[in-house]
Design a protein. Sequence first.
Length: 128
Amino acid sequence: MSKTTTFTASTLLLGTILSVTGMKPEEPTRETAPSLHGATGWLNTEPLKLGNLRGKVVLIDFCTYTCINWVRTLPYIRAWEEKYRASGLVVIGIHTPEFVFEYDKDNIIRSLKEMKRYWCCRYKIVKR
């Protein structure tokens, strides 16, 4: 597929999305992002605050380390983080456990190392 074809298809898709949703390209939304507070802790970083991320591109990665669908995204997220970190990309992992053993902090730390996830990770331990 040529660059022109890709650009045209992308433009048509964006135009379709905008017309279906009723949004106009010149009217950006100005909603406030949700807070990053409420975490039990952070791994690979000091606690982050939204104000410190102003002007950066932030990719929020909702994850749980045993989800095969999420594991399959890792090579792409890792590549983007490595390629665009110097340009201001910040990847924040929000750990969202599903199973009881995924709430264990030591398991989270071990999985970060094994999966070579070096970006910051917010987690919350909830007693079940």
